[in-house]
Design a protein around this ligand. Structure first.
Ligand code: 13P
Length: 348
């Protein structure tokens, strides 16, 4: 591992107000989203969709890195050009999802543990050879009655840290993703408490496993009320709660925080990211200046409108690409505290 290379890559991933595009849906997840829209659930359809994304003209102006799935990193454009080459030539850094999914955790009803550590050192070598320079591992924490348990939080934090150490050893920047799910009736304040405990445990484990914090990107959830909670706070309240939680729990050595969208609409995700960056831009007395870049690593909040427009039809590729570019641009603006609702509907 060359420490400076890792630091350089991590910084590039959050430079120039750009962010990450998560396009690493596993085949079952991708198929589920295709099925809802009547798109065939085939390898060719998945390939064509990913070709649409990565050939979007101008994508590299707003997107610094693209997270791929194992099937995707091995695929080519219809004309035979490897996807990794297309992405790199667009000025985008290729990344790879390396966990193999969150499975039911033994002895912990309703909770999950992410798998994928076995053989990971060798898989990292292969992915580096293929051109990947960063990776992603997602841990899932569910809020419910009596959960999350301490056992689930600790096991997931430990796995995240073991993954991150192996990742850095192989010369890839680890995206460390502990996701506290939005599903449920819990309040914003409960999400804040759980997110705080999860982040503290994760950073404790990263420290124990000797992960170099300057060479990681944290990918957390925003602090949000549960999707079915009767009280839904404003953009500003969400921005306040999220920034407060992060300032308390994320060391300043971390170069960047790139949020997942977790099922929020594209517009809300942009507005909330904007709200957070605006607080720092305006030097709100409660926050001072930001110790880390506050960025995005959205999947659905960037892709969903494009997927709905595409519908699996070649004739729709161009308008789907425009929709994708629009969301990427909105989030680039949100990183600067310059996003506003008027950008929607204008197609800019
Ligand atoms: P969403 O933004 O759709 O939550 O996806 C981000 C991601 O990479 C989840 O692991």
């Amino acid at each position: 591992m060359n420490a400076q290379d890792l630091i350089d890559t991590a910084r590039m991933l959050v430079a120039d107000y750009k962010g990450l595009l998560a396009m690493d849906e596993s085949n079952p997840t991708c198929n589920k989203r295709f099925a809802k829209l009547g798109i065939p659930q085939t390898e060719e359809a998945r390939r064509a969709y990913r070709e649409l994304i990565i050939t979007t003209p101008g994508l590299g102006e707003y997107i610094s890195g693209a997270i791929l799935y194992d099937e995707t990193i091995r695929q080519q454009k219809q004309d035979g050009t490897p996807f990794v080459q297309v992405i790199t030539e667009a000025g985008i850094i290729p990344g790879i999802k390396v966990d193999i999914g969150a499975k039911g955790m033994a002895g912990h009803p309703g909770e999950k543990i992410t798998e994928g550590l076995d053989g990971l050192r060798d898989r990292f070598k292969d992915y580096f050879q293929m051109g990947a320079r960063f990776a992603k591992w997602r841990a899932v924490i569910t809020i419910g009655v009596g959960i999350p348990s301490r056992g689930c939080i600790e096991a997931n934090a430990h796995s995240l840290a073991r993954y991150a150490a192996l990742c850095q050893e192989a010369g890839l920047v680890p995206i460390v993703e502990p996701e506290v799910l939005m599903d449920g009736t819990h309040t914003l304040s409960r999400c804040g408490e759980v997110t705080e405990e999860v982040l503290q445990t994760v950073f404790n484990q990263l420290y124990r496993q000797r992960v170099m914090l300057e060479g990681i990107i944290l990918k957390p959830n925003m602090v949000l009320p549960g999707l079915t909670c009767s009280q839904q706070e404003s953009v500003e309240e969400v921005a306040d709660a999220t920034v407060k939680c992060l300032l308390r729990n994320v060391p300043a050595a971390v170069p960047g925080i790139a949020f997942l969208s977790g099922g929020q609409s594209g517009e809300l995700a942009s507005a909330r990211l904007n709200g957070m960056n605006l607080k720092f831009k305006l030097r709100s007395p409660t926050v001072g200046s930001s110790p880390w870049a506050l960025s995005f690593s959205f999947g659905r909040a960037i892709q969903q409108p494009a997927l709905e427009l595409w519908q699996g039809q070649e004739a729709n590729v161009s308008k789907a690409q425009q929709a994708l570019l629009h969301r990427a641009k909105c989030n680039w603006a949100a990183r600067q505290g310059e996003y506003n609702a008027a950008m929607e509907g204008t197609g800019v």
